[in-house]
Design a protein around this ligand. Structure first.
Ligand SMILES: *Cc1c(COP(=O)(O)O)cnc(C)c1O
Length: 430
């Protein structure tokens, strides 16, 4: 499969170029030249890894041998993905049973395993994170030979647990604590990729949600979810920030997954729901909420959605709904009270949106993507349910480790100096 940039479809790139560069040289996002299709009925009853093979392989088959792809996908998707009923017509597809307890494990684990197959040199992986990306990427790449990860996160805007999960690993994982917003972190990473004087010295690779090798694996769980309940009308509700997950859903649908509708559920960072309601698309600075992994004011993957719809209206396939923090807390409390279900604040944004949509789609069942484990956000969940919850053991362990992050101002020349000094101290490449 070849890839093109959302800013210029005439040039083609290989899978290796698209995966390692993250961002196209013209600043656009990579997209697959075409979207392959499958026969959905043939996937019924298959495991998440088997479905992953059917969904992901066609995009990378010209660059990585099939057996290798197959073993990468089976190794990456080695955890359970339960579909749990929460109330009449609403269930949660729990995507958070991987090593960092969030759905980003899917994309990050696949990316970490395919990068060494696509190039021989040592590589420095750059990633901006608003929370869960950092821990998923850090754990996904820990001890992968020849790869150093530099991850940037906004000071004070990720939960203690998220920070401990990404900033305590050491080894080939470097954490930078930036005194700015997530958008600042993202902008530093974008500048680094466009800086030729840096790429002369370092082989940079991207791992944030702009990376096409993180995006495509995410189509898998839509196909898997639909395959568990194939004989009904399914609407997927997607708690969204950068809209990589939702874009994966649109791709899964184009490939042949029966998805009757998608709901883009956001917190107060509602530029996409506003756009879907007919307002002009107006990116703005992000605001802080209790679902902080979705605090994105200028969603990166919006350009991909526009590209997939080629100027057509999205509203026949996607509805938007924004949820404020109070409603989110209420949704956590209600799910807990009525069915004993514990939801994290991101999943709860989806639960709240699903409930709002019940009357608009009276014949549909709603599959809310459960994007994080409630134990990742204990303060918020305990506040909502007025009770204590248990943390999974690996999270308790992460909390007890010393933090190893380096402070950084949101200033490109400082960031560049840091990368160059790291490169000098470890040889020609990081
Ligand atoms: C990243 C993240 C989201 C948002 O996903 P996008 O692909 O950026 O829209 C939602 N919930 C959790 C827990 C996340 O970590």
């Amino acid at each position: 499969m070849e890839f093109y940039s959302t800013k210029d479809k005439s040039v083609s790139y290989t899978a290796a170029q698209a995966v390692l560069h993250g961002l196209a040289p013209d600043g656009g996002l990579f997209m697959p030249r075409s979207i392959p299709t499958f026969d959905f009925r043939k996937l019924l009853g298959k495991s998440i890894a088997e479905i992953g093979e059917a969904v992901i392989s066609p995009f990378f088959a010209s660059s990585v041998p099939q057996e290798k792809l197959s073993s990468i996908i089976h190794d990456a998707f080695n955890f359970l993905v339960p579909l749990v009923e929460v109330s009449d017509r609403i269930s949660v597809l729990e995507l958070f049973h991987g090593p960092t307890f969030a759905f980003k494990d899917f994309g990050a684990r696949f990316l970490a395993r395919i990068i060494p197959e696509l190039q021989q040199e040592k590589v420095c992986v750059l990633v901006a994170t608003s929370g869960d990306t950092g821990s998923a990427v850090a754990h996904g790449f820990l001890r992968i030979p020849g790869v150093t990860v530099v991850l940037l996160y906004p000071r004070g805007r990720v939960s203690e647990l998220q920070e401990q999960q990404m900033a305590t690993l050491g080894e080939n994982i470097v954490a930078l604590e930036v005194s700015g917003s997530f958008d600042d972190c993202q902008s530093l990473v974008k500048q680094a990729f466009l800086d030729a004087s840096l790429s002369n010295v370092l082989t940079l690779a991207s791992a944030n949600s702009i990376n096409i090798a993180r995006l495509i694996p995410q189509s898998t769980f839509y196909t898997y979810g639909a395959s568990r309940v194939p004989d009904r009308e399914n609407i997927f509700v997607v708690p969204s920030g950068n809209f990589g997950n939702l874009t994966g859903g649109v791709i899964a649908k184009r490939m042949g997954t029966p998805i009757s509708h998608l709901v883009a559920a956001t917190n107060a960072n509602d530029v996409v729901p506003r756009y879907l309601a007919g307002e002009p698309y107006t990116p703005r600075p992000s605001v802080l909420t209790i679902s902080n992994a979705m605090d994105v004011g200028s969603p990166n993957n919006f350009a991909r959605l526009l590209d997939l719809f080629e100027g057509r209206s999205m509203t026949s396939e996607i509805s938007g709904y924004a949820v404020d923090d109070d409603s989110c807390l209420e949704a956590i409390a209600e799910a807990h009270k009525t069915s004993g279900y514990l939801s994290d604040p991101h999943t709860a944004v989806g639960l709240c949106a699903a409930k709002q949509m019940l009357s608009k789609f009276p014949n549909a069942n709603f599959i809310v993507l459960g994007t994080a484990h409630p134990g990742k956000f204990p303060e918020t969940v305990e506040h909502a349910i007025q009770g204590k919850i248990d943390l999974p053991e690996p999270l308790k362990l992460a909390l007890s480790k010393p933090k190893k992050s380096v402070s950084l101002l949101p200033n490109y020349s400082d960031f560049k100096d840091f990368l160059l000094s790291q490169a000098r101290s470890t040889g020609s490449t990081l």
